[in-house]
Write a protein that binds this ligand. Sequence first.
Ligand SMILES: [Zn+2]
Ligand SMILES: [Zn+2]
Length: 113
Amino acid sequence: MPNVANCRKCGTLFIQNGKKELCDKCIDAQNKMIADMNSYVINSPAETLTIDELLTKFQMSRKEFENLYFAGKFVRVAKKLTTKCAKCGKEILIEGSSNFLCNECAKKLQNQI
Ligand SMILES: [Zn+2]
Ligand SMILES: [Zn+2]
């Protein structure tokens, strides 16, 4: 028996393959949005963009962006995106940052473990 689940985004019932949380329609829409966001950043004349700017433009939540980012959807543009360190507020590039923390805060956190 295939698993049936409600799409996390639009609520439609769909047949769940593995751990998918969205229906095919929403996955298509999401993939298109990711492609649009990537090309928006790539084509922007600015040297860097903040994540907030991008999220406002595409009306995506921070949480959703982080999930997609950690799923590797923005690898190509990570070197052009900046955010504020979640701990100290310093402006950092998201490429190479761990969990959106600056190097110092990431190091401090590591030393605490
Ligand atoms: Zn859906
Ligand atoms: Zn920091």
